[in-house]
Design a protein around this ligand. Structure first.
Ligand SMILES: [Zn+2]
Ligand SMILES: [Zn+2]
Length: 83
């Protein structure tokens, strides 16, 4: 599975006012390009195309929660008298 240069013929332009995935564009991680392509597989390298961002919202939520926990722990540490 390698890039043969065919994908450049199907290269998608950056949409205005909306996300690439929202615009129906698909991402090939082998060719590292966004395609305007109806199929599920890359016409260039044959790799499965990505149709939506990977766990983007879930990751953001998780990171936020970790930050809150860290802040909370710092507060507890500060409350303990140093002796
Ligand atoms: Zn390619
Ligand atoms: Zn590809």
């Amino acid at each position: 599975m390698t890039c043969k240069g065919i994908c450049s013929r199907h290269k998608a332009q950056k949409p205005v006012g909306m996300g690439r995935y929202a615009n129906g564009q698909k991402r090939c991680q082998i060719c590292e390009i966004f395609l305007k392509w109806e199929g599920l597989w890359c016409p260039c390298c044959g790799y499965r195309l990505r149709t939506k961002p990977r766990n983007l919202k879930y990751k953001a939520k998780l990171r936020q929660r970790e930050t809150v926990i860290t802040v909370h722990e710092n507060m507890i540490v500060k409350k303990i008298p140093s002796g």
